[in-house]
Design a protein around this ligand. Structure first.
Ligand code: C2E
Ligand code: MG
Ligand code: MG
Ligand code: MG
Length: 282
């Protein structure tokens, strides 16, 4: 309906605000159809690599929408659209279900503990039924809870005792892992890590790409240092060059996700990639 079309500021990833309204009107109905027909939406998987022994320790599921007319729609647009048209619940469940099905299909083919990471948007987490839904999807696909990680952004900032926080605590008590995505960009203080029920922090790409000006180095060092003390894993996102890899390696980082290792891949390609890394090296 017209009234549910998002406003011009709803798409942070669009440069020209004027584009947003037009894009949204056309796409809102199409997303409904895509969800219903189940042919245009699919996932790609980007490996997370342990640089110490070059093993894939996890993959991040990333949403793709191949629109029949407009081609590939960036996930930030799809997700913003879904949030604004109240389809995010169904879209989120689609992603979760696809990712769990894929991880289940890989059982026995990939390292036992390899984790499937799924992005969760703030409104999904606000759903009081969220924890139950996640556990139901895991049960449907007969997937051990320990193999799923939920990526929460800093912007779904959770106050202690909030419903969101309690749902994450419940999920974690069942074995589901929790990551903070894009960490280091927002308004979150490091102290937050201490209170937040979290297994992993993913260091935002903007900290990865910024040059060796010292400042981002200090920030990253503080994050890695504190995370280490709290027994929280650190993944560096968006690593594209050996120079970046070395710089972060020197800061004590060992887990990386970025084009240097691999772009997001189809399920099949990703399985091959994982198995190539598994082969004993000569
Ligand atoms: P994100 O969760 O931080 O995911 C990482 C993004 O960085 C992905 O973009 C990935 O393709 C990209 N990336 C990875 N390595 C590199 C690199 O070395 N260089 C550069 N330039 N980029 C790299 P993508 O797939 O376009 O997704 C963008 C964002 O859309 C995601 O950021 C996430 O916030 C959101 N998103 C994607 N899929 C989903 C989903 O299923 N649900 C929700 N709620 N959000 C999603
Ligand atoms: Mg993510
Ligand atoms: Mg991220
Ligand atoms: Mg990001």
């Amino acid at each position: 309906a017209e009234s549910r079309v998002p406003g011009p500021n709803g798409y942070k990833c669009l440069d020209r605000p004027g584009d947003a309204g037009r894009v949204a009107k056309v796409l809102a109905n199409d997303l409904e159809r895509a969800l219903a027909t189940n042919t245009q939406l699919f996932l790609e998987y980007q490996p997370q690599v342990d640089s110490k022994n070059i093993r894939v320790v996890g993959v991040e599921a990333l949403l793709r929408w191949r629109h029949p007319v407009y081609g590939m729609i960036p996930p930030c647009i799809t997700v913003a659209l879904a949030e604004d048209t109240a389809t995010i619940g169904r879209l989120g469940l689609f992603v979760l279900s696809e990712a769990c099905a894929q991880r289940q299909a890989w059982l026995g083919w990939v390292p036992e503990g390899l984790v499937m990471s799924v992005n969760v948007s703030p409104p999904q987490l606000r759903d009081p039924e969220f924890a139950r839904r996640v556990l139901a999807v895991l049960a449907t696909h007969d997937l051990p809870t320990e193999l799923l990680e939920l990526e929460i952004t800093e912007t779904s900032i959770l106050s202690p005792g909030s419903g969101e926080m309690e749902r994450l605590r419940l999920l974690r008590s069942k074995g589901v892992r929790v990551a903070i995505d894009d960490f280091g960009m927002g308004h979150t203080s490091l102290r937050y890590l201490q209170e937040f029920p979290v297994d992993t922090v993913k260091i935002d790409r903007s900290l990865t790409v910024s040059g060796p000006d010292g400042v981002s180095g200090h920030i990253v060092h503080s994050i890695v240092d504190l995370a280490g003390r709290l027994n929280i894993a650190t993944v560096v996102e968006g690593v594209e060059t050996l120079e970046q890899l070395e710089r972060f390696g020197a800061l004590g980082c060992t887990l990386f996700q970025g084009y240097l290792f691999s772009r997001p891949l189809s399920g099949e390609e990703c399985l091959s990639f994982i198995r190539r890394q598994q082969k004993p090296r000569k």
